[in-house]
Ligand binder design. Structure first.
Ligand code: PLP
Length: 367
């Protein structure tokens, strides 16, 4: 049975993206090397930047976390101090990296149900001049909240800080001008809104910052500078590359362009989100976040109050129908999540709503 993934990644991909992986390719093959080159340059365009403007793309094998860890463990020098703005599990993941790599760091925490704010960041930076870098999550997938990266970027530059953004679950599904947002490092991965398959992460970096990473890495495989130097020298990865994932991603980028680029994709995701919101509200589900701060990538729904509700059974029954939702990840509140990204269209969302309605009836749950 064809499964539809209403998750934050891996996502549902098109048949043609999967078919792009049907050929073996060597890591020195010009087909592969060209694909890497095209991808690196096309990613800059998607972020409205270019090499001429002083930006570079570095591809890093592994999942999205590997890309973030590569940036965090390469960009923060011995005498630097990282400030992590955290309002969910992915912000906390960066804190964990800072601890493991023994980086000087501080954490400014915000409640999960609220956004990170530029005002609180500014207050903090004013009284902590030792901070050199600020890291923030754009779409905090824990809840689905969108953090105001534009305002935070302005604050960072006002105080002359280097700005690192985890835009994992939003890049490709939200128009972002990396230069206008004043982002020095933006990280995302192959299996989120560009709708490729898992295999690598990418960092879009300001070249002048990337150059400072030389010799600073805490690990060989996640050395961002060396990875960049390798790609520049011969277009190749330093170690075994995710060849098939690269081919799938290049196809996914063509399909993104054919759809009408990021604006068209953003519109489709927003239509999915509206369809989801309307349908779930009709069934009686309540959302965890206030609508003003909720992004269009993923939504957290509170468990129904009925004592008959059992998430495992609910999940399994939807799974049996080929519809995959996602468990919650909140600190205290019981919730589950439904994503709107990937090869998912409004009719698919309607199918999911109908299936949820059937499962609630089968389970005898009154909303
Ligand atoms: C998906 C995601 C990541 C990376 O997760 P991986 O499982 O390592 O791919 C990081 N940050 C955010 C906000 C994400 O949504």
């Amino acid at each position: 049975m064809k499964k539809l993934l209403f998750t934050p990644g891996p996502l549902t991909t098109s048949r043609t993206v999967k078919e792009a992986m049907l050929e073996d390719v060597g890591s020195r093959d010009y087909v592969f090397v060209n694909a890497v080159k095209e991808i690196r340059s096309e990613l800059l365009s998607l972020g409205h930047v270019s090499r001429e403007k002083g930006y570079e793309t570095v591809l890093v094998q592994g999942s999205g976390t590997f890309g973030i860890e590569s940036v965090i463990s390469s960009a923060i020098g011995k005498n630097d101090v990282l400030l992590v703005l955290a309002n969910g599990a992915y912000g906390e993941r960066i804190v964990k990296m800072a601890i493991i790599h023994q980086l000087q760091h501080q954490v400014l925490r915000f409640p999960e149900a609220e956004t990170v704010t530029a005002a609180a960041t500014e207050e903090y930076l004013k009284s902590h001049p030792e901070i050199t870098h600020v890291a923030c999550i754009h779409s905090e997938t824990t809840t689905g909240v969108f953090n105001p990266v534009g305002a935070i970027g302005d604050t960072c530059k006002k105080y002359n800080k280097i700005f690192i953004v985890d835009a994992m679950s939003s890049f490709g599904g939200v128009e972002m001008d990396i230069e206008a947002l004043k982002i020095d490092y933006l990280v995302s991965s192959s299996n989120k809104c560009i709708e490729g398959v898992p295999g690598f992460a990418f960092a879009i970096c300001k070249r002048s910052e990337l150059e400072k990473c030389k010799g600073q890495a805490r690990s060989l495989s996640l050395d961002l500078y060396d990875q960049w130097a390798g790609l520049e020298a011969n277009g190749q990865f330093r170690f075994t590359p995710p060849t098939l994932s690269i081919l799938a991603f290049r196809q996914a980028m063509k399909e993104l362009a054919a759809e009408g680029g990021i604006p068209a994709r953003e519109k489709r995701y927003k239509t999915n989100k509206l369809t989801l919101d309307t349908g779930m509200a009709e069934l009686g589900f309540k959302q965890y976040l206030q609508p003003e701060i909720q992004g269009h990538i993923i939504t957290s729904f509170l468990y129904p109050e009925s004592p008959k509700f059992n998430f495992e059974r609910f999940y399994q029954k939807l799974n049996d129908r080929g519809l995959i939702i996602y468990p919650g990840k909140l600190g205290k509140t019981d919730a589950f999540r439904i994503g709107n990204i990937g090869q998912i269209f409004p009719d698919d969302v309607k199918r999911l709503i109908q299936a949820i309605k059937e499962v609630l009836a089968e389970e005898g749950i009154d909303m």
